[in-house]
Every structure is written in C-alpha cells, then in structure tokens.
Write a protein that binds this ligand. Structure first.
Ligand SMILES: NC(=O)c1ccc[n+]([C@@H]2O[C@H](COP(=O)([O-])OP(=O)(O)OC[C@H]3O[C@@H](n4cnc5c(N)ncnc54)[C@H](O)[C@@H]3O)[C@@H](O)[C@H]2O)c1
Length: 321
C-alpha cells in the first residue's frame, strides 16, 4: 500500500514518514522545501520504499503530475495532508501567507485526490481553530469557533472544505487537532528560537512577552503514536480528535529556564511585556483530550518531561556537525 504525505520534509512530516515506513508501507512525499529540508529527510531518502518530489502544492498540475508518477508504481490509497504555513506571526502580518500555504494547499490537494480517486485523507489541524476561550475546556464539539490568527482561520476553513468533501468523494476523513508539538527535527517554535538566540548572544536570552504564557506540549513521538492510533481505531466518517498532553502545560518562563540550564547555564533571561508572544497567540488554553482517552489512547509524558526531552534533542540538533 502506498500513502501520500504533503509537507513531508517538515518536522511532523519526517517523523510520520518514518513511522509509516516502519509499518511496511510505501511513502510518497511532496514538499516545496520552503521550510522543510532535504537534510531532515536524509534517513528517509536512503529507504527504497520512500519517494520524494519537490513541488509547489498550490500548482495543481505539479501535484497531479507527481501523484500520477508515484501511482504508476503502485496505487496511492490515502493522503496525510500536513503542508501548511508554520510561521503563525508571518501569517498575522500578511494574510496571503496562510491563504496560500494553509488553505490553498488543502483545496488543491483535495482537487487532485478527487481526480485520482484517492478517498481517504488524514489532516493535521490545530488547537488554533478554537480561538481564545479563556478557562473553558476546548472540546471537539465546542462552538462557535472564532480563531484569532489567520493561521487558525485557514485551518478552520480547511476543516470545512474537508468536511464538505466527506459528503461527496471522501470515504474516510481524520482531523487531528494538534497542540504545540515539540521534538526533532525542529523547524520552528519557541525552543529552537531560544537555542538560536543563545548562540547569537550567549550571555542573554531575550523572551517575547512576560513569560507567563502557558501551554500544553506534546512530544512528536507521542503525536505520531496518537495519530496512528486514531487512524486505526476511530470509526466515524469524519473523525475529529484533539491530541495533546493530559496536563495544563508549562509556562514560557519554564521553557526559558530549562533552555538556559541545558544550553548556556551562565546566561541571564530578560522578559518583555504582556502575556502574548505575538498578535494571534492564545496565551492560555485548557485542552480536553477526553474523547481521545475514551478511544483508548493517553500520553505517557507530561508537558514538563516532553519539554525537557525536546530541549536536549534540539540543543544536540543545533550543535555543529
Ligand atoms: N508543530 C506544531 O506544533 C503544530 C501544531 C499544530 C498544527 N500543526 C500542523 O502540523 C503540520 C505539520 O507542521 P510542522 O510542525 O511539521 O511544520 P513544518 O513547517 O515543519 O512542515 C510543513 C511543511 O510543509 C511545507 N509546505 C508549506 N507550504 C507548502 C506549499 N505551498 N507547497 C509545498 N510544501 C509546502 C513546508 O516546506 C514544510 O516542510 C502543519 O499542517 C501544521 O499546521 C503543527
């Protein structure tokens, strides 16, 4: 069986591709390498059951051509759609970024799947679709959904387009709403930002915001495990699941202190003002994973252990070879 992964060269994509190869599947991946890299895929590219095409997904002809090429060898039966903009502040500054990379990648992927008769799609959505609900638990059936970033808005629009496709040609749709996912190969996020800042100014770590922003963090290894579990066990035609840690998370202050402890123990930390790292950032949210627990999956690591593990891995990743 062959599967297509969009955004395969990115952080989650490379981990997912390896997990699917380990299950004995053939994996066909596409990415424009705007954020993902060939280096991220070094191990994958050595595997004879992995094929890669660099292309711009929002060009339908390019994606169709690649899929026809992949399918000539063995039919593609499902798609894991991960390609999106992952720089949320960039999308807040310029809405066109998320229109193209977060929504149009979904729209074009759907059109191509329809043409090729690929009827199963798993989608990487986000907790950002919910918006800011304060202390109210974010459950899958919460509404109205009022995202506060263009990224969240275009993820929600993608979910809507996918839902409509589940009424026409898709037979199976899995929507995974991720929290903050951490681990390697890190391509973006607060930890790699801190590690890189400390390389530039080894004595000082400057933090955006006052450090009180608190979020739940899930290690990418657990995320992949949960996605595969839901894919195997969920029975709904539109299976929508929050995936996250079972705790309320850790503060940015904790992440800053841990990063300094591991990377530059003598550095001091300077905080900014306000509890938002950037416009469109939800400062605190309570994420419910009750539905996922009822299905039978729970995370093994809490946010604290996930953060500590990821910081060690990212510091190692950023060491010169
Ligand atoms: N990492 C997280 O914390 C997190 C949280 C919530 C949701 N998600 C979602 O999970 C998915 C994977 O995220 P990630 O962390 O691996 O991000 P990433 O940036 O590492 O990977 C996304 C990949 O998509 C590619 N891409 C983007 N636009 C493209 C286009 N127009 N054509 C072709 N390729 C394109 C990029 O080059 C990149 O390799 C995304 O959909 C993201 O929105 C991630």
């Amino acid at each position: 069986m062959s599967v297509l992964i969009t955004g395969v060269a990115g952080f989650v994509g490379t981990n997912l591709a390896q997990a699917l190869l380990d299950k004995g599947l053939r994996v066909c991946g596409v990415d424009n390498l705007s954020r993902g890299t060939l280096q991220n895929m070094a191990a994958l590219l050595k595997n004879p059951r992995f094929e890669f095409r660099q292309l711009e997904i929002t060009e339908p002809g390019a994606l169709l051509n690649a899929c026809e090429h992949f399918a000539a060898h063995e039919a593609i039966t499902e798609c894991w759609h991960l390609a999106a903009n992952s720089d949320i502040p960039a999308g807040v500054a310029e809405a066109a970024v998320d229109l193209k990379d977060t929504f149009m990648t979904t729209y074009v992927t759907l059109e191509v799947l329809k043409q090729l008769g690929i009827r199963k799609l798993a989608f990487a959505s986000s907790s950002a679709i919910y918006g800011d609900h304060g202390s109210k638990a974010l459950e899958e059936d919460l509404g109205p959904l009022l995202p506060i970033s263009n990224y969240g808005a275009m993820k929600l629009a993608s979910e809507a387009a996918l839902s409509a496709a589940a009424e026409t040609f898709l037979t199976n749709l899995w929507i995974f709403r991720f929290p903050n996912v951490i681990g390697v190969p890190a391509t973006h996020g607060v930890m790699i930002d801190f590690v890189r800042k400390l390389k530039q100014t080894p004595n000082l770590l400057q933090v955006l915001g006052d450090g009180t922003q608190q979020k739940g963090y899930l290690h990418v290894e657990e995320l992949i495990d949960a996605m595969l579990y839901i894919h195997r066990h969920a029975t709904e035609r539109r299976a929508i699941y929050n995936i996250g840690p079972a705790d309320a998370g850790v503060t940015v202050q904790f992440i800053a202190e841990e990063t300094v402890r591991v990377a530059q123990p003598t550095a001091s930390i300077q905080y900014g003002e306000g509890n938002r790292g950037w416009v469109g950032d939800v400062p605190r949210f309570v994420y419910s994973i009750d539905k996922l627990k009822q299905l039978g999956w729970s995370p093994k690591l809490g946010s604290v252990q996930a953060v500590q593990k990821a910081i060690r891995q990212i510091v190692a990743q950023e060491q010169p070879a």
